[in-house]
Design a protein around this ligand. Structure first.
Ligand SMILES: Cc1ncc(COP(=O)(O)O)c(C=O)c1O
Length: 376
């Protein structure tokens, strides 16, 4: 047997990571401005993270959700405090797609409706409902096509008033900042209008903070820049710093019903130990403040590059839109300058580094980025 060949691969294998650095099989060191796709939040192999997971594994790796697991209670408590959502409840699963899948189900159980509103260029995952609310027909299989979804343009207030006014929309799902769509920000006025219209029409507002959340934007959640409180918030990626875990934050007006949602692996002991360690490191090392400051510095400096068409982002979630396709530039950054970056479509480089990126590392990246551009 061999792996199912669905990923276009760079010819490099990473075998070790420390902080914002990764190392390949030849011992080459790379600066990680990609964070394994926005997943590495507290840095690779952080000592406290390694210690907590090791200790937990030495005690108990897994038991089922049919017995008490006080780690889930501790995690929910710490997450409530860190995010400012103390009065919400937490349902734990294993990935971002599962988080959105459960959020959409919960919304539909809540108001009994079926139609979903999502946005152009959205990405919400690859499972049944999550992929259907994703704006990419190429990854929607016939078996996923049944759900009734209306895609609206981002930041268009009028279309929100019109669609939600029909009072048949179950939920609106929107990313805190669109990631795969090319780092596109919903503006604050739009989010405030959306929140108001959802309340007025009994539509559930789901904020997908899977990529933009967990401190990446410089606040715990990107939507907190707009001072709104969604009904449901979905999280994953940075939550476990690489240990698979996702969560659904649920407002107090949703009633929990035994057996309505469930999972075998979600909220297991090892995953909770990883996620609790992440929140402790956030607090000890002020990583959200760091993401805000280092991100603002990067955004300011990148603005002076004449080859860049547009810079978008907040904190350490940055999109660099170039005049030309970026595939060759990313290849040079990786193989010549030893810098990992992400991309979005053909023309956008995405920076999603660990939130512990230092000012010095940001400068090093800028230096290497300039060198890679010089060779264009
Ligand atoms: C905004 C957003 N939602 C959902 C997902 C899906 O998460 P996962 O790959 O963990 O299922 C992603 C993944 O990139 C994402 O960026």
């Amino acid at each position: 047997m061999k792996p199912f060949d669905v990923y276009p691969l760079f010819d490099v294998e990473i075998v070790k990571g420390r902080g914002c650095r990764t190392y390949d099989t030849q011992g080459n060191e790379y600066l990680d401005l990609y964070g394994g796709h926005a997943v590495i939040s507290v840095g690779h192999s952080h000592p406290l993270y390694v210690q907590r997971i090791t200790e937990q594994l030495n005690n108990l790796g897994f038991y089922s959700n049919s017995v008490h697991n006080s780690l889930q209670v501790t995690l929910a408590d710490k997450l409530g405090t860190a995010s400012g959502y103390e009065d919400y409840s937490l349902f734990l699963i294993n990935s971002g797609a599962e988080a959105n899948e459960n959020a959409l189900k919960l919304a539909s159980f809540y108001n009994g409706r079926k139609r979903i509103v999502a946005f152009g260029k959205s990405f919400h995952g690859r499972t049944s409902a999550a992929v259907r609310v994703t704006d990419n027909p190429k990854i929607i299989a016939p078996v996923n096509a049944g759900l009734d979804v209306t895609f609206l343009p981002l930041n268009d207030l009028e279309s929100i008033t019109k669609e939600l006014g029909k009072e048949d929309v179950c939920a609106v799902i929107i990313e805190g900042i669109q990631g795969i769509g090319g780092i596109r920000l919903p503006d604050a006025r739009f989010l405030q209008h959306l929140s108001k219209e959802c309340k007025r029409t009994n539509t559930v507002l789901i904020l997908d903070e899977i990529q933009s959340g967990y401190g990446r934007s410089g606040k715990f959640f990107a939507h907190q820049y707009a001072n709104i409180r969604p009904d449901i918030i979905t999280i994953a990626k940075g939550m476990g710093n690489g240990f698979p875990i996702g969560g659904v934050l649920i407002a107090p007006h949703f009633q929990a019903v035994h057996g309505q949602l469930g999972t075998t692996f979600g909220g297991n002991h090892l995953a909770c130990a990883a996620a609790i360690a992440v929140l402790d490191i956030f607090e000890n090392e002020h990583l959200i403040e760091n993401a805000k400051q280092v991100g603002a510095f990067l955004l300011k400096e990148l603005n002076s590059f004449s080859q860049i068409k547009e810079i978008r982002g907040l904190g350490l979630m940055i999109g660099i839109e170039m005049e030309n396709p970026v595939a060759e530039l990313r290849r040079r950054l990786l193989f010549e300058q030893k810098v990992f970056t992400g991309s979005s479509g053909t023309h956008v480089i995405r920076l999603l580094p660990p939130l512990c990126l230092t000012h010095q590392d940001a400068l090093l990246f800028l230096e290497r980025f300039e060198k890679a551009l010089r060779e264009e």
